[in-house]
Design a protein around this ligand. Structure first.
Ligand code: MN
Length: 297
């Protein structure tokens, strides 16, 4: 069974004690299994407070982050590599101390718009550093999910196939592909086959819609997406990610270009997303049983 999660930005843009309390309690009240907390700056998360809140609410946690251009491990600049590796290792410690089991996002490059091609050397260095971080993460049974994002947010992994290639390059069993349907809608030729083809490496999945608002109110064929996930026998976490200028603050507002108010009420948005996801998954599972049920003999 897939664990279902919700991105913290549906509730709050930061992680002070008050914000973490509201975000965690709301996620639990709606019925999610876990919350995904951004850890762009791992030092902004207090693991003691966070793990207590999670325990009280009875839900789990996952983390997501993107490296800054000054900590880009694909830059071949030793000072930036060092900062990037140390940020990733800090995130591993925070995740471990909060009882989390995964860190996702743009862990392999800067998070934002590049104006130049990636280099072979840069990709190789990124993979090497990730292998070292993965080794540390493995000690706490933590998975690293390399998020495949659109061309305006990285110059390395824009397609699921590139994500799989990067995973192979890193070559650690706890490094997986993280797919996000919002980005896939921009870059993939065929979203369903991309999901099915990358299934052996798929470790984390973000749902959302074309405008990152209410699920099912954009132009993405979500029915096919959920059918592909079930067909691929994907049993990992599925997290609903949505952004509105109502909640998002800097730096994500700027990097992700969240200029519109796509919703006002995060509670209504998240309640609908959970209901929608469960209904889509159930329908997709029933689709898989049709052939068996339709046999003549
Ligand atoms: Mn995402």
């Amino acid at each position: 069974m897939n664990k279902l999660g919700v991105h913290a930005h549906v509730w709050e843009h930061g992680w002070t004690k008050e914000q973490a309390t509201r975000a965690i309690n709301n996620s639990a009240e709606v019925g999610f299994d876990f919350i995904e907390a951004p850890s762009l700056d791992p030092s902004s998360i207090n693991p003691d407070e966070t793990s207590k809140l999670l325990e009280q609410a009875g839900i789990g946690i996952a983390f997501s982050m993107g490296l800054g251009f000054d900590s880009d491990i694909s830059s071949c600049d030793p000072a930036k590599e060092k900062r990037g590796k140390s940020l990733l290792l800090d995130a591993v410690s925070v995740c471990r101390d909060c009882g989390g089991k995964s860190i996702q996002g743009i862990l392999y490059s800067g998070f934002g718009k590049y104006f130049v091609q990636p280099t072979k050397e840069g990709i190789a260095r990124s993979a090497e550093i990730l292998r070292e971080v993965a080794e540390e993460a493995a000690k706490s049974d933590i998975m690293l999910g390399l998020e495949v994002v659109n061309r305006y947010e990285t110059n390395i992994c824009n397609t699921a196939a590139q994500g799989v290639e990067m995973c192979k390059l890193v070559g650690a069993s706890n490094v997986k592909v993280h797919l996000d349907v919002y980005h896939m809608n921009i870059e993939e030729s065929d979203i369903s086959s991309a999901i099915i083809d990358s299934a052996p490496y798929l470790g984390y999945f973000h749902t959302g819609d074309s405008h990152r608002g209410y699920l099912g109110t954009g132009s993405i064929d979500l029915q096919s997406v959920f059918r592909a996930l079930v067909k691929a026998k994907y049993a990992g976490p599925i997290t609903f990610e949505s952004f509105s200028s109502k909640v998002v603050g800097q730096p994500l507002e700027g990097i992700l270009a969240i200029w519109r108010n796509l919703w006002e009420d995060g509670f209504d948005l998240a309640t609908h997303a959970l209901m929608y996801t469960k209904a889509q998954l159930k329908a997709a599972q029933e689709v898989e049983r049709q052939a068996e049920r339709s046999r003549l003999l």
